[in-house]
Design a protein. Structure first.
Length: 276
């Protein structure tokens, strides 16, 4: 009887997982299919899912109208640059709080995480004025800095969690052998926590790639990433659903491919320390 109940539970949760996965994936599938429709078919009612006249015209118009590869390069520079800069700050910070913790450490971590609960529009004016005065508007440097700052609390929290699972005796042994703090982090801590560091890096790249609020506010044309590339297809003349879908597909395809090929690393890193 218990075996039958166990099988039913597995079947139920498997079906539930498939249902949730389908619900999450369906908007992506719909966007992909709409990108191959004409504008008339994109807004037709009832909509057609697979049976329509497939066309590449939307992709041709999108590529001719906007410099896609410039926006793509800007996204790469912003996401990778902010992630690497964030690691340079988050690794020492997480190391300090994990292995040299005080009674205030948890409060500091909670305060850092609480900054993510602040609506971005609440600090829009001071950040915009600050970037204007520093000459960072519509620049890759400015976007790298802002992406680093908004994702730094998450990076520090994740790395702190990974580092706490590492026995402190290992680092103490390296100190007894004469290792400096830099050598301890670089040659002892980093190799052990590499899965966690890699998953933190990948997750931050995804978050920075998908960030739209600050990229639309702080850029105009020169440093505009793919999120601004998508937004350019919402105009006073109306929404061009087919072209907007084509632009969205071109924008999300690189990060989906990255996530697909690095999924094992992400899962391994996110579960780092879960099983002892």
């Amino acid at each position: 009887m218990s075996i039958k109940n166990s099988n039913r539970s597995k079947l139920f949760y498997t079906g539930l997982a498939w249902l949730i996965s389908t619900a999450i994936f369906f908007p992506i599938l719909w966007t992909f299919l709409t990108s191959f429709k004409t504008e008339a078919e994109a807004i037709s009612a009832p909509p057609s899912l697979f049976f329509f006249d497939w066309t590449l015209e939307n992709y041709r118009e999108v590529m001719e109208r906007s410099p896609y590869f410039r926006h793509f390069w800007n996204s790469v520079v912003i996401s990778v640059g902010s992630s690497l800069l964030g690691l340079l700050i988050a690794v020492p910070a997480a190391w300090s709080m994990a292995f040299n913790s005080t009674k205030r450490t948890k409060n500091i971590l909670m305060w850092m995480l609480s900054t993510k609960m602040l609506p971005p529009v609440g600090v829009l004016i001071p950040i915009y004025l600050l970037f204007r005065d520093l000459g960072l508007l519509d620049s890759l440097t400015g976007l790298v800095v802002i992406m680093t700052l908004i994702n730094l609390p998450i990076m520090t929290w994740m790395l702190y969690t990974y580092f706490k699972e590492i026995p402190g005796e290992i680092l103490e042994a390296s100190r007894m052998d004469g290792a400096t703090i830099g050598e301890e982090i670089l040659y002892v801590l980093a190799p052990i926590a590499l899965p966690g560091i890699a998953s933190t890096l990948l997750l931050n790249i995804i978050l920075a790639w998908n960030e739209a609020f600050w990229t639309l506010i702080l850029t105009a044309a020169k440093a505009a990433p793919l999120t601004a590339f998508i937004a350019s297809y919402s105009s006073p003349e109306g929404l061009f659903y087919a072209k907007l879908s084509a632009a969205s597909t071109l924008a999300i395809a690189p990060i989906i491919i990255l996530g697909w090929f690095s999924q094992k690393q992400l899962v391994r890193g996110l579960s780092f320390g879960a099983v002892k």
